[in-house]
Design a protein around this ligand. Structure first.
Ligand SMILES: [Mn+2]
Length: 324
């Protein structure tokens, strides 16, 4: 499906709810806020919904966006648009309510399961934000929109910067930089956005990173490195969300090809795993072994195990099977 076709299909409708995935990230929140801005600028009623609240560090993206606390009871009265969602499994606890009701999908994940009536999927886009940019550009080009709103441009820039690790990851293309250049030309506060996204942390997050740095172990001469965070590790007041960035500490160790952080979830015996690959190592296929998914260099999954040793053993085996 082309940008123009999606734009026309959406313009024929109203009462939008843009839906992001569970554990909303910067791309999901930034793209959602920008989409809501685009269609409200085009005279439509818009709202946003996330199956779980976005983390506090992303609050600046939804300052002016109408975020719903709960889904309306009569979903058939709305146009639901899934954005940055590869499959319905990413809808978390809202999956049952939303399944079969989503009209359009705007996404850039190459592995996924179609779930919408109309789907615009661009696996070559570094972020859903790139596709949202093109929707805006089309709206301006065809005269539907007089100008590119600066606040929305900032959200799109944040979305792209977030999914490219501040333009560091291998998913960055010449087009990514061209779009970023167009957005910068609108005088958005790019430096501030990147500081808020990457260089601003809660004290608890820094404590969590410290704990991960002390606990992490290397395997296969340092090519695999990871840590399992147990229920006891939260005893000092840390929460699971404090460990969101800790996997970057693990992946930054020299020589590491594959990094993991497995966090015990409040449900006993369930661990949420973040995986990162360096130098082109595909961690999405490791995540898939456990029913998870994601991108080549960044993926996640859930592992059920009674204790931490079983979690690291499962991950070490899966990695060895594939890469050693
Ligand atoms: Mn994304």
């Amino acid at each position: 499906m082309e940008i123009r076709e999606l734009f026309d299909a959406l313009m024929a409708r109203d009462d939008f709810i843009f839906i992001g995935h569970s554990h909303p990230d910067g791309d999901c929140v930034g793209s959602g806020a920008a989409l809501a801005s685009l269609f409200s600028n085009l005279g439509k009623r818009t709202a946003l919904f996330f199956p779980e609240p976005p983390p506090r560090r992303l609050a600046f993206l939804t300052e002016n966006a109408p975020v719903l606390d709960a889904l309306p009871s009569d979903l058939s009265a709305y146009t639901l648009v899934g954005e940055d969602i590869a499959s319905e499994t990413q809808l978390g606890d809202s999956r049952a309510a939303l399944s079969g009701h989503i009209f359009a999908r705007i996404d850039h994940h190459d592995v996924g399961m179609p779930y919408a009536e109309v789907e615009l999927v661009r696996p070559q886009a570094s972020a859903t934000g790139e596709i949202v940019y093109e929707l805006f550009a089309h709206a301006v080009e065809c005269g539907a929109l007089a100008a590119f709103p600066k606040a929305a441009a900032a959200c799109i820039y944040a979305a792209i910067s977030s999914d490219t690790g501040c333009f560091k990851y291998a998913n960055v293309t010449p087009k990514t930089h061209k779009i970023a250049a167009e957005l910068l030309a609108l005088s958005i506060p790019a430096g501030k956005i990147n500081r808020l996204l990457f260089d601003t942390k809660e004290a608890s997050q820094i404590s969590a990173e410290g704990l991960v740095a002390r606990k992490m172990k290397t395997y296969f001469d340092g090519r695999l490195c990871g840590v399992v965070i147990t229920a006891e590790d939260y005893a000092g007041g840390l929460e699971m969300s404090d460990f969101e960035t800790a996997v970057d500490i693990v992946r930054s160790l020299r020589g590491v090809r594959c990094a993991f952080v497995a966090k015990a979830s409040p449900a006993r015996g369930v661990f949420r795993v973040s995986l990162r690959g360096n130098d082109g190592l595909n961690v999405a296929c490791l995540a898939q072994k456990f029913g998870g998914g994601g991108h080549l260099a960044a993926a996640g999954c859930t592992i059920e195990a009674a204790e931490e040793d079983a979690v690291s053993a499962a991950l070490i085996n899966a990695y060895a099977e594939e890469y050693e």
